[in-house]
Design a protein around this ligand. Structure first.
Ligand SMILES: Cc1cc2nc3c(=O)[nH]c(=O)nc-3n(C[C@H](O)[C@H](O)[C@H](O)COP(=O)(O)OP(=O)(O)OC[C@H]3O[C@@H](n4cnc5c(N)ncnc54)[C@H](O)[C@@H]3O)c2cc1C
Length: 454
């Protein structure tokens, strides 16, 4: 008998099949916890761009499910050198600083390939596509489960719901609106520190262009050394980052441009808009030859090759007051979307998933054992623990990403160009992310969860 008085096994609904949702699913799978992913797209979908996973993210993958790490490593691109290297983009690539990333650390790869490979590990019966969550309703006397309502009029049930539905999360909105949450706050729930509906992403006044340049063209433009490994080009009001992906057949390029002095992002919550290479060329026109050659690798819409411009949003200004309420939680970008500047956002989602899988996995064990009558309180406790363990680190990352961007873009030129000061500050930021004790975090969560009252 289950703790809810029925014979149903513990069942978790995951909203969103992006990196966070898929990692959580595989973590639950490894712990024999039943789950369903509800994804609004018609399939697992990621954009055609690169992504890097830092060493902490790799450790979180291992803690979740060793198959996640194996699949990632199979596709991760070798680094030409085990260093992250920063140069002065305005001079002729004058070195500023290099940071050891560890053997095969912080490797890049293609987002779509990673997601595709992980998705192969998920049984088709555990996923429903074209299911966009609309709302969640309270349990009824007949059914102790939460009821999920989708925009197509269908419903489903679950014992807990985890919103991994990205920066414009619907689950976050439901969590923040008291009348639509599933349960009143449990004793010990952190009360919202600000009016709840204020938590939302805002434009950071930075936008970016991203592309995947064929490697032969990249080598012709910047040479084989710089195209073979992770480089960043720093300078006033902009920066460029490049690393190889796709088994070194492509160079991933991201150009981040400060828009502080220009008008607000005119496209509302839409993150992309048609862009022009000339805009990037203008931002880098006073820079050195390598930086300008990299910008020259972007497609040119004047020549019929469209180029999107991406607004960068984060949740620094209006953060979530907490990541869970009752039996509903949020993880990944839904909880704490950060700018891309430390290459850490997806890694934070994987770390979130590691904690959630551990605490929900522990409850899964009790659910079928001696947890009768208290299962749903245990789930609430698990989500409170998740919030306690993850809140301060993930909020810190949101702000640290902004700090890093200021360093790359020479908000203080004296620090930006000074190898010692830049090196000290950037090392501190990256090491706080990379050297995190992921196993310790999981142990802490399990210790806080304790055991069910006997
Ligand atoms: C330019 C750029 C570069 C970056 N580079 C890096 C990097 O190198 N390393 C790194 O770690 N991070 C990086 N990040 C951050 C990283 O991309 C994100 O943190 C990560 O992709 C978030 O994953 P997620 O699964 O939480 O959300 P998402 O990827 O947004 O996935 C959410 C999913 O939920 C689905 N969904 C949404 N609403 C609903 C609904 N109502 N019902 C059902 N499904 C729904 C969506 O369709 C989507 O599939 C970068 C970000 C940017 C912008």
């Amino acid at each position: 008998m289950s703790p809810t008085g029925s014979k149903d096994p513990l069942h978790i609904a995951i909203i969103g099949g992006g990196i966070t949702g898929v990692n959580l699913a595989l973590g639950l799978q490894a712990r024999n916890v039943s789950y369903s992913i509800y994804e609004r797209s018609a399939g697992f979908r990621e954009i055609g761009a690169g992504i890097g996973f830092s060493p902490n993210a790799e450790r979180a993958m291992a803690a979740l499910n060793p198959d996640i790490l194996t699949s990632y490593k199979r596709l991760a691109n070798p680094n030409g050198e085990d260093y992250f290297q920063w140069v002065n983009g305005c001079a002729t690539d004058e070195p500023i600083f290099k940071l050891h990333v560890g053997k095969d650390g912080f490797q890049g790869g293609l987002r779509s390939k990673f997601l595709e490979e992980w998705a192969k590990l998920i049984p088709p019966t555990a996923v429903q596509f074209s299911k966009q969550l609309d709302t969640i309703t309270e349990p009824t006397p007949d059914s102790p489960k939460l009821r999920l309502h989708f925009t197509d009029g269908t419903t489903a049930t679950a014992d807990a719901v985890i919103g991994c539905d990205g920066i414009h999360s619907r689950v976050r909105d439901l969590l923040l609106a008291p009348q639509t949450t599933t349960n009143p706050p449990a004793p010990g729930d952190q009360p919202p520190s600000s009016p709840p509906t204020t938590a939302h992403p805002t434009y950071t006044h930075k936008f970016c262009f991203r592309t995947l340049a064929p490697m032969p063209a990249a080598i012709a433009a910047i040479g084989p050394t710089q195209a073979s490994t992770r480089f960043m080009y720093n300078g006033p009001g902009a920066h460029l980052i490049t690393y190889p992906v796709g088994n070194s057949t492509l160079l991933n390029i991201l150009a981040v441009i400060d828009a502080t002095s220009s008008t607000p992002w005119p496209y509302g919550q839409r993150h992309t808009a048609p862009g022009h290479r000339s805009e990037a060329e203008r931002a880098f026109e006073q820079w050195g030859p390598t930086a300008r050659a990299i910008v020259g690798l972007f497609p040119d819409s004047e020549e019929g090759a469209p180029l999107d411009k991406w607004a960068l949003f984060d949740m620094a200004e209006y953060p979530m007051p907490g990541y869970a309420r009752g039996r509903v939680g949020v993880a990944g970008d839904a909880a704490h979307a950060a700018g891309p500047h430390l290459g850490a956002g997806a890694g934070m989602g994987v770390e979130d998933a590691a904690v959630l899988a551990a605490v929900l996995g522990a409850i899964g064990g009790w659910w079928e054992g001696d947890g009768e009558g208290e299962g749903h309180e245990l789930l609430e406790r698990a989500l409170r623990v998740f919030n306690e363990v993850r809140y301060s680190r993930t909020q810190w990352v949101v702000h640290a990403a902004r700090e890093a961007c200021d360093l790359f873009q020479w908000r203080d030129e004296a620090i930006g160009k000074d190898p010692e000061r830049f090196g000290r500050e950037i090392t501190e930021l990256f090491h706080t992310i990379w050297k995190y004790d992921v196993d310790g975090m999981v142990e802490e969560a399990l210790a806080k969860l304790g055991a069910p009252a006997s």
